[in-house]
Structure formats: structure tokens, C-alpha cells
Design a binder for this molecule. Sequence first.
Ligand SMILES: [Zn+2]
Ligand SMILES: [Zn+2]
Length: 289
Amino acid sequence: MYVDFHTHTLASDGQLTPTELIKKAKQLGFSFIAKTDHDNVNLMSEFLAAGKKFGVNTITGMEISSRYQGKSLHIVALGIDYKNKKINDYAQKCIAARKVRGLKMAAKLARAGWQLKKSELDRVLLARPHVALAVINHPQNKKRLLQEFGAIPDFSTFIRKYLAKDCSCYVPKKYYIKPLPAIRMIHASGGLAIIAHPLCQTKEFRYSRPHLLKIIKNLPFDGLEVYNNGNAPLDTLYLRNLAIKHRLLISAGSDYHGYDKIYPLGPRYRGRRVKASACQKLLAKLQLI
Ligand SMILES: [Zn+2]
Ligand SMILES: [Zn+2]
């Protein structure tokens, strides 16, 4: 009955394995789930197999980090052929770039006197949360963490102090794909390109409405993530009208990372989970209904 076209698993910075994600989706009454890990398609075959096993319709996907006119622009690809060569070449490049960047941040933290737990850094896909956890989970840092944070911080608190833009151990991301080649790559692999969290309010994404309009007018996107948990109901209405006006498919994604208490699975609108009926055209285009 419910849908979520934007989720993350252990293949990027999510908390759950694809199988755990599918089990949760089944328990909660979801009928369609897309796995859209950051810039890679790792663990996709596990995701698809789990969907079959537990009776949840699965959609292959990936969330691509691009930049457009000085702002981050995340693109959710849906229904891609995850074995496509271009997709895999792109993913390999990103994984390698993340590793270099993650290790540079870890080296900066070490120079600032923190101990680092090696097993957290020794991952195929190294993202900022893992670098933060390498500090948080090292027992020798406990005293200093308590002094600086008043309690053992979660990784996002630690990132905000040390690893966010303009912080002392931050290393800027060097490799970004531009949105147009990203959209072309998605189309070439049989997928749809959706603008992710269009009204996200964090610093790197905060676009004005005219900026969003420019994105829509200048780039061949297929859809817009109209239903997203960050939106107030009026924002959702604005996005829905925008999608209708510009003939974009209406998508719904919670950007689930496994943190059920703060950001549960399934986008909501006026307190209720979004149902498949809100995204009929998207599902039809994905040939799922
Ligand atoms: Zn995103
Ligand atoms: Zn996301």
C-alpha cells in the first residue's frame, strides 16, 4: 500500500542491510521500495532477492551527488539497469574518490589528537559517518569526547563540529558529476531521473524557488520528489503544482537511513504515509502497474 522511492542501506550511509530494509517495509505494509544508495549500486542483488522472498516490489536505484550553479543537486535514479557499464564505472570512480577523501579527513583528525578505530575506516564505501564513528567508537577518545560534547555524541553531532563544511577536519569533495551527464547516464541505463529533496533546508542544498525553477527548465528531469519528510504541507502542495505544471512525474521519498525514531521509513503528508495511489504515473512509467 505505501511507497518509498528514496532509501539508503549499508551500501552507503544507511544503518540496515537491504534484507533488513525489505523486512521492515513488509512489516509496515509497503508495497514499493527503491534502494537509492549514494553514488553506488552495491548490494543491489541482495535487495532484489529480499524483495522477491518477502513479497515487496523492489526498484533499483542510486542517488547521484551532482552540483549545479554552486549548489548541491541530488538526483534519484529509479529503475536503472544496475549492471550497466556506465553506471558501474561511475560508481567505481565515486567509491575511490570517497575513500581518498575519507582517509584525508581521518588523517586530519589524527593530527588533531584523536585516536581512530581502523575497522571503521576499512570499508569498501567510506563516508563521513564512518570517519566520525572511527573516533566515537575508539575507547581512548571517551574522556575528550565527554569533555567537548558533554556526552558521547552521535555521528551527526560529531560531523557538525569537525567534518562539516568550514570545520577544522573537513576536506572538500573533489569529484562531482554535472547534472546533464548524470541524467544522460540514467536515461542510457533505462532509468528515470528525479530531483531529490527539492526544498531541503540544509546549507549545501538550500535553493530558492527561482533556482529550483531554473533546474526544472534547464535540465531534462523526469520527476520531482514531491513527498519528502522535510516538507511542510504547503511546500508539498507547491511541489505538486510545480510537477503538474512542468509535466514531471510525482515521486515520494523519505531519504530513509535506518533512524526510525527521527526519520522513519515512508514519506508522510499531513501525518499519513504516502500511498502508491499518489505516484501512479511514476509506477506506470516504471512498468510496475
Ligand atoms: Zn540527498
Ligand atoms: Zn538520500
